[in-house]
Design a protein around this ligand. Structure first.
Ligand SMILES: [Zn+2]
Length: 167
């Protein structure tokens, strides 16, 4: 974790979000999560305001209590972009929240804590949406591979979105 330990935790929320995303990118486990095609389609269909509301509701319902039910296993691996984002941002259970975000277990999350974790979830979703349809696994072009035709990148959808352009 190159960032942690060298820079203090920012108190300003947008800075904290960026700082935390940076820390998370140092974890191979967290960094491997990507929105699925179904997540992307769902997020774009619902729009940012709705997904942001879902993030607040789902965090409150699943990790907001002092002792959430089935803590550690309460967040499905798929089925909603917020679920994916929760695993990616270590907001999936109170154990991960304690280890990564230093919020102790055994007491309910405050509204401010829910807001902050939801902002992190939304920033991660924003970034992942932004990355699509990037194909990070495309081979680096070398003299040897240059001759091999590479699958042409998906065309950028012509956006007719009325909401946030990322969605
Ligand atoms: Zn967890």
């Amino acid at each position: 974790m190159p960032i942690e330990g060298t820079t203090p935790e920012p108190t300003d929320e947008p800075q904290w979000v960026m700082w935390t995303l940076q820390r998370l990118s140092g974890s191979p486990f967290r960094a491997k999560f990507r929105l699925s095609d179904a997540d992307l389609a769902y997020a774009r269909a619902k729009g940012r305001v709705t997904i942001d509301r879902h993030a607040h509701e789902m965090l409150r319902a699943r990790v907001g209590d002092a002792r959430p039910i089935k803590d550690g296993k309460q967040t499905p691996w798929k089925g909603h972009p917020v679920f994916t984002a929760q695993h990616a941002t270590a907001t999936c259970c109170r154990g991960c929240i304690m280890r990564w975000h230093h919020i102790p277990k055994g007491r309910p999350l405050t509204d401010a804590q829910i807001d902050r974790l939801a902002a992190l979830v939304m920033a991660w979703i924003d970034r992942d949406l932004c990355d699509h349809p990037m194909q990070p696994q495309l081979p680096i072009e070398t003299a040897a591979s240059a001759a091999t035709p590479v699958e042409s990148p998906r065309p950028k959808p012509t956006s007719t979105a009325t909401m946030d352009p990322l969605f």
